[in-house]
Design a protein around this ligand. Structure first.
Ligand SMILES: Nc1ncnc2c1ncn2[C@@H]1O[C@H](COP(=O)(O)OP(=O)(O)OP(=O)(O)O)[C@@H](O)[C@H]1O
Length: 226
């Protein structure tokens, strides 16, 4: 049986009291990779926010990582987020802490115990993103691409089943963007599903995957052409 990490059925994606997308139905299987595209304001970020329960799902059905979205109580949101890795365009690292301290902050906030286990996990994720030497550096001393790798390492701390990325290469030059895409590919090959919003069609051409398109208030799916 295939497991889906995302299932939406006839969902309406809302901002304030306005419907941004209607009749949204799609599933993303465990370990799959899909892009989310569409013009500015088409609803990509709103859809992602709904998936990580930053916006409520008020109409339609939806589950993410096994959590049912409609009426998800606020007390359950941290448990859902622990199953997800979330990566944004602007790096959002704590600027007054080292790379390792940024990662430790998340481990402490998500209930990890044991100093040596935590240090080991930090070391493992930094190796995975190719930054094993950066643990004691301050974020602003790193390049944009390196900072984004730290953000990806942070997103991987709790071994998410799903990585949600909103314009993760938006501020990076083409070569660094390609490196970040290769890293997403490795993470995906290791079994984490990825849903990535992007405007970068060169990357999509170079690394082809299923494409979900926000258009005219609907979500179109390259896997289900009309
Ligand atoms: N916080 C908010 N409050 C009210 N409306 C919002 C809010 N954020 C976005 N919107 C509106 O929701 C619609 C969808 O915006 P959204 O940010 O999801 O689009 P997007 O496809 O991610 O765009 P971009 O590519 O520019 O990031 C837009 O009409 C936008 O003006």
């Amino acid at each position: 049986m295939t497991e889906n990490v995302i299932e939406l059925h006839e969902a309406t994606i809302m901002q304030e009291q306005q419907a941004v997308l209607q009749g949204v139905s799609f599933a993303l299987e465990k370990g799959a990779f899909a892009y989310l595209v569409g013009r500015t304001g088409a609803g990509k970020s709103s859809l992602l926010k709904t998936l990580y329960a930053d916006l409520p799902l008020q109409s339609g059905m939806g589950t993410v990582a096994g959590y049912s979205l409609p009426k998800l109580p606020a007390s359950k949101v941290p448990y859902l987020r622990r199953k997800l890795g979330i990566v944004f365009q602007d790096f959002q690292l704590l600027s007054d802490r080292t790379v390792a301290e940024n990662l430790m902050f998340v481990l402490n906030a998500t209930g990890w115990k044991g100093k040596s286990q935590k240090q080991q996990r930090i070391s493992d994720v930094l190796v995975r993103v190719g930054l094993s030497g950066a643990a004691n550096r301050m974020p602003h001393r790193l390049s944009g691409g390196e900072q984004q790798r730290v953000v990806i390492a942070r997103a991987m701390l709790n071994e998410p089943v799903l990585l949600l990325a909103d314009e993760p290469t938006g501020n990076l030059d083409p070569e660094v963007s390609a490196n970040i895409m290769q890293l997403f590919g490795e993470i995906n090959n290791a079994g984490t599903a990825v849903l990535m919003a992007t405007h970068n069609f060169q990357l999509i051409e170079k690394y082809p995957h299923r494409i979900l398109t926000c258009k005219d208030g609907e979500l179109l799916d390259s896997a289900q052409p009309r």
